[in-house]
Design a protein around this ligand. Structure first.
Ligand SMILES: *Cc1c(COP(=O)(O)O)cnc(C)c1O
Length: 226
């Protein structure tokens, strides 16, 4: 297989940054999972990353993810669904992804609930005032989580969020941490936080993120959506 030396050096650079930032925050870097977001990237790139030791991959569109996970079924990997999810696709996605980061509607609870296995899920928070964005408003978190924990097929890991454009990321992730604290009052084991992307993963680590979703800082430029 063709090896891209830049891919290896970007991966090493980001891993080092994560480790340094975790130590600055007084955290153990081993409690942080890096999900490399490979949406729109070819399967060969995922294979190459896997050979470099990456085990967690993030995808955001059902058709593409379904094709790639099938093609890469021989890899030792955990697949994360990080994009907006339509409820009529939820059952199918639950079939090939072990972790869903974008639980944000009651209809998804039913869809995932009807899958034939248990799926790890994050509740996505919408930190903007735009209802067209994915995620539930933080004010609706408790009510939604109380329903989510009743689905036997859902193991609620915690909260997920994307820092809105034009907002200081640290302030946004501080709201996520507050939401996480609130969630743990009703579901103590749901203590994980999925936050931080290529441009803001350091701020996310400082606010307690346990799952980073990093694309381009590791993969390099993303091809256009196909
Ligand atoms: C694409 C995407 C990422 C990764 O974004 P980068 O800026 O490439 O790191 C993370 N989370 C979600 C939900 C995404 O859609």
């Amino acid at each position: 297989m063709k090896q891209d030396p830049d891919l290896k050096s970007r991966l090493e650079y980001v891993s080092r940054k994560i480790e340094q930032t975790a130590r600055t925050a007084g955290r153990d870097p081993r409690e942080i999972t890096t999900v490399v977001v490979t949406k729109f990237q070819p399967a060969e790139l995922i294979r190459e990353l896997n050979q470099l030791g990456v085990k967690n991959f993030g995808e955001s569109r059902h058709q593409e993810a379904s094709r790639k996970t099938a093609e890469l079924a021989d890899l030792q990997a955990t697949w994360h669904f990080v994009g907006q999810l339509q409820s009529n696709k939820a059952r199918a996605v639950a079939g090939y992804c072990q972790v869903i980061h974008s639980l944000d509607r009651l209809s998804l609870l039913k869809g995932i609930g009807s899958a034939d296995r248990r799926v790890d899920c994050f509740i996505e928070l919408n930190l903007t005032a735009d209802p067209g964005r994915g995620g539930i408003q933080p004010t609706g978190l408790v009510e939604f989580a109380e329903l989510a924990v009743q689905e036997p097929n859902i193991r609620l890991l915690g909260v997920m969020a994307v820092a809105p454009l034009g907002v200081e990321p640290r302030a946004a992730f501080s709201r996520v941490r507050e939401a996480s604290d609130l969630l743990r009052t009703i579901s103590p084991e749901s203590k994980w936080i999925s936050a931080g992307m290529s441009q803001d993963f350091e701020e996310a680590i400082l606010e307690g993120a346990t799952h980073l979703r990093i694309g381009t800082a590791i993969t390099g430029t993303r091809p256009q959506a196909g």
